[in-house]
Design a protein around this ligand. Sequence first.
Ligand SMILES: [Zn+2]
Ligand SMILES: [Zn+2]
Length: 328
Amino acid sequence: MPRPDRLVWRSDLGWPSSSPAAYANPRSGLVIHYDSSNQNLANRPHSACVDYWNWCRDFHVNGNGWADVGYSWMACAHGYVMEGRGLYRAQAAQPGGNTTYYSCTLACGPSDEITGAQIEAVRQLRSWLMEPDTSISGTVKGHRDFNSTSCPGDAAYRLVSNGTFRQQPSGLTPTEEDNDVPTYVSIEKTDNSRKEELQSGEWHQVYFDANNSGGADNHHGDGDYPSLVKGAADYTGYVSLRLTDVPKGVECQARMVEVHNDGESWVVVERDAPVEFEGTNGDTFVTIPAAGFVNDDRRLRVEVVHYADQDVTPRVIAGKVRLQVWER
Ligand SMILES: [Zn+2]
Ligand SMILES: [Zn+2]
């Protein structure tokens, strides 16, 4: 079994490409988990699963103080296998089996639908992990086999017990809506782009000049332009910027904005809450999380401002955009 059909790596989500969790070589099988609250992801676009997975990681790292999201994988209602800690990592998922089993959450609550695509995703994950490299046993368990918990819920546990997850994968059928498959928009600001000169207290939109993915061509255009996503589209990911000549300690902000063409020019009509950051010695870096929906007559852009009292002109000298986009 090759990799699961719809495998999404951490790096596709803008996470560091390998998990900081400790090394392990789980060989005993796969453990299924759920969320104790209903999420209704089966009836929402896949972008909601990406949001959920980002939220889950944030909750586990910043809420629980763990090294990373607790699970090895998530298998979503749309048939995606999303990497969590991934291969060869200890988990914070099923005490007693955190280094001997891999873990996979369905991200479902107690009465959420478990879809056929999701079952297929678990089967594909299991078959892939049984290949020689990782060579896990074919065993599939539920979290409650290890600890006193309701997890993975009665519905999923039935599928564990009756062998549904242990069947051979049959192949995913294309989704009814092709737009469940995201377009990757990868754009850079290189030396060939303009270097925005930032006046204190004035928001400046940032231009990007190089498309790194085919998907970017439909959204950004070929040249030094500020638009990143063309509506209508759901999107999730981040933008990072590198500024130079920002005096140490000077307050700066950056935010995602939506622009609308009023007939003559593109004007900002919606603004995300800004990310605040400060000038540092040397170049200053900021990463702006981006997630939401852009209407069909709008574009997504990023802008930045500083509030220096001194007579300085910081410049934006580099940047990158990494977004998953679902055209609507
Ligand atoms: Zn669990
Ligand atoms: Zn999904």
